[in-house]
Design a protein around this ligand. Structure first.
Ligand code: MN
Length: 724
């Protein structure tokens, strides 16, 4: 036991010192002290933990660091690698890391930890794209993704020590669906190729085996075939005066398998299993070399691709061609500069300056930033990117999991209600509660990246009007509106119809359904019920509908007014019409719109320029405006024994229940009151607030209406309104 512990420690020490050497090979100024500190903390934190292989756990973070050193990354990234599992698996906190290494490293470790936490969700294939976006959104810093990729690569390199085949297959599948495309997008071919091969080996062992055997066979067919072809190509180009390096390789089993699947061809038909690479000093020589190759060897049609003039979206640049080459072998040739080659192998990592931990071109040149943008398919401009090379590309979105592990992408600020409607409109319509990450939360709770959201439903549950305030998606909003609308349509349309019928009776015109139907378009509705409902909600006035349906009434109304005016000139007591005494004969008058006095209220008249006399309740607050102009005040009173009606205004707070509005209008009608105007000012899930103008003959009638309304089970409160 003691002996094996010593061996393990020795292995770890050795691994760490070769890591340091690897870093020194490209970064002579490496900060050894900080690396040593990270080593001490990581080793202590993981003490007593072991990997599936039986090795001390800390060998893993060191190996991850080594993979990143292969990418020539900066010291902060390597320190992050050494600490990447400490917060998740040990007693170390982010605060500890921040205290010792500063915020930068703490943020990087935090990013990797968050990615590890969502990793277990393992979404299915059609969700993979969203999952990658989630990873990018969570990462904030591209180095978090690089560490995570290296972490996954090392886990794949050592996957054989896991016993369960099922687990191995799950991890390999996830690697192919999530991490391989991510490595590809970031242009890190080295990682990509190895991730592909290790996954392929787990998922399709026989297929890989047979392709490998075939490759071995073809390679063995003629010995030294690679060096011979390399040499022939090299001297051909050197003879034309162009410096070059040529190397050859067999294509990987995975890439051949992909091609076989993609093009539906057999292994035998796949002739070009050999690829050669020609590296030349500059771009124009790339094209010269291409010309030389095509002059010497027959070209295979359709295989030429110029990724120099049109780079791939991950920034990859190179010329590809296929020829019947030396020894009559069909081969693929890639031509590129050394710089393009480095980018092809290391991708994003090639842009990282190990000295500063910042993008080497972040000042002055936008080149690599733009490449990065295009490779992670973002839409917004590069500006936000420049500071600290933060990756805020999906800052306007959140990605959350369903209990089944499906990923749902929503706009930032979205709540559980949006989520419910995004899952299915039925889930939205019947949602009644939510569990977020296993805890009961309110439906209005805002969601965060990576939340696991479980919506509870109840067939009795219904959307509430105030939800509209808590949703960020148009889908949820319109669904809620549609529902609320449908629910109240019937009731509202009944009330709206009554209001309109009354107006028709007043004008003594028959109400014809056909005429209303024909006019629906002009009100931008499709059903009669909707038009009535708009009337009831106060969105369209009764007179507007009247005027549009019966334009001739307008004229006759006008002539009626003229008639009235003419009449009043002859009439000695014009005020008779208005049932008010105490005013000068012939003076125009109207009832104030603020206090809506009815007979029985104590009233006062105010002379208004151009308007004549305005009748206010003596309690009306508007009167305070006139206290210093007593000459405008006219003492008036109601004339008795007249049946003319006046409208009093009341405010009713009504329970938001089916039938409530109909019950209210019935009660008022039973008390012989006429509703002449109605407006809903507020609507929540529990209550409506509405203003009603009720025409009554006197105050006593209004009071009795208020009393009866108040006694209704549907009414929360009712009061007379005497201010505007
Ligand atoms: Mn790890």
């Amino acid at each position: 036991m003691v002996a094996s512990a010593i061996v393990a420690n020795k292995t770890i020490e050795d691994a760490f010192s070769s890591l340091i050497n690897r870093i020194r090979s490209y970064n002579p100024f490496v900060d050894i002290e900080r690396l040593n500190a990270a080593y001490d903390i990581g080793k202590k934190a993981h003490n007593g933990q072991f990997r599936a292989s039986g090795e001390a756990y800390f060998s893993h973070p060191i190996a991850v660091g080594y993979l990143l050193a292969d990418m020539h990354l900066d010291t902060d990234t390597i320190i992050t690698a050494l600490l990447h599992d400490t917060v998740e698996d040990c007693d170390i906190t982010l605060q500890d890391i921040s205290d010792q290494f500063g915020n930068q490293i703490a943020n990087l470790v935090d990013g990797v930890t968050k990615l590890s936490q969502i990793e277990n969700q393992s979404p299915d294939k059609r969700q993979a794209e969203n999952f990658r976006k989630l990873m990018v959104a969570i990462s904030q810093d591209i180095r978090v993704l690089l560490v995570k990729l290296a972490d996954r690569l090392h886990n794949m390199q050592t996957i054989e020590s896991i016993n369960s085949l099922e687990k191995k297959e799950r991890i390999a599948k996830e690697t192919l669906e999530i991490f391989v495309p991510l490595a590809e997008r970031l242009g890190i071919t080295q990682y990509q190729t190895e991730l592909e091969d290790t996954s392929f080996k787990i998922l399709y062992p026989e297929m890989r085996e047979s392709i490998q055997n075939r490759l071995e066979f073809l390679a063995a067919e003629s010995e030294n075939i690679f060096p011979r072809i390399c040499q022939e190509l090299q001297s051909l180009i050197l003879d034309s005066g162009i410096e070059c390096q040529v190397s050859g390789r067999r294509k990987t089993a995975y890439s051949i398998w992909r091609k076989m699947q993609h093009r539906q061809v057999s292994m035998d038909q796949l002739a070009d299993i050999m690829a050669f690479r020609i590296i030349v000093p500059n771009i124009s020589q790339c094209y010269e070399a291409l010309g030389i190759v095509h002059t010497r060897y027959p070209m295979v049609m359709g295989r030429m691709k110029d990724y120099i003039s049109t780079p791939k979206r991950n920034g990859y640049r190179s010329i590809h061609t296929g020829v019947i080459g030396p020894l009559n072998r069909r081969i693929e040739i890639q031509i590129r500069t050394a710089e393009m080659h480095d980018l092809a192998e290391r991708g994003v990592a090639a842009h990282w300056d190990y000295k500063t931990g910042r993008s080497e071109k972040s000042e002055g040149s936008f080149g690599w930033v733009q490449e990065l943008i295009s490779l992670i398919e973002m839409n917004s401009g590069p500006d936000e990117f420049l500071e600290n090379t933060k990756m805020d590309m999906y800052a306007d979105q959140v990605f959350c999991f369903t209990p089944r592990g499906d990923l749902i992408g929503l706009p930032a600020g979205a709540t559980a209600i949006d989520f419910a409607f995004a899952v299915h409109s039925k889930v939205g319509r019947h949602c009644c509660g939510v569990e977020i990450n296993g805890k009961n939360r309110q439906l209005a709770s805002e969601l965060n990246n990576g939340d696991q959201v479980s919506i509870k439903t109840d067939t009795q549950a219904k959307p509430k009007a105030e939800w509209e305030e808590f949703v960020a998606t148009g889908r949820a909003r319109s669904a809620i509106r549609r529902f609320i609308r449908e629910e109240h349509l019937e009731e509202f349309s009944r009330v709206g119809r009554a209001l309109l019928e009354k107006e028709y009776r007043f004008h003594n015109v028959p109400l014809r359904e056909t005429a209303i139907k024909a006019s629906l378009n002009s009100f931008k509705v499709s059903k009669t019920e909707e038009l009535f409902s708009l009337i009831a909600e106060g969105k369209i006035s009764v007179s507007e509908v009247m005027n549009r349906l019966n334009p001739e009434l307008r004229k006759s109304e006008k002539s009626a007014k003229i008639l009235k005016r003419n009449k009043s000139k002859t009439n000695k007591e014009r005020s008779d019409t208005f049932n008010i005494s105490g005013m000068n004969p012939g003076m125009a008058l109207h009832i104030a719109n603020c206090c809506h006095p009815v007979p029985g209220d104590k009233i006062i008249g105010i002379l208004t320029t151009g308007k004549g006399l305005t009748i206010h309740s003596r309690e009306c607050l508007t009167l305070t405006k006139y206290t210093d102009v007593p000459e405008l005040w006219v003492k008036v009173d109601w004339k008795r024994n007249d049946k003319k009606r006046f409208a009093g205004r009341i405010r009713v707070i009504l329970l938001n229940e089916a039938g409530a509005l109909a019950a209210l209008s019935t009660i008022i009608a039973q008390q012989a009151g006429n509703i002449s105007y109605m407006q809903i000012t507020k609507r929540t899930s529990d209550f409506f607030t509405l203003f009603l103008d009720v025409e009554v003959v006197n105050l006593a009638q209004l009071k009795s209406i208020i009393t009866v309304v108040r006694s209704s089970q549907f009414v929360e409160s009712v009061e007379r309104i005497m201010i505007q």
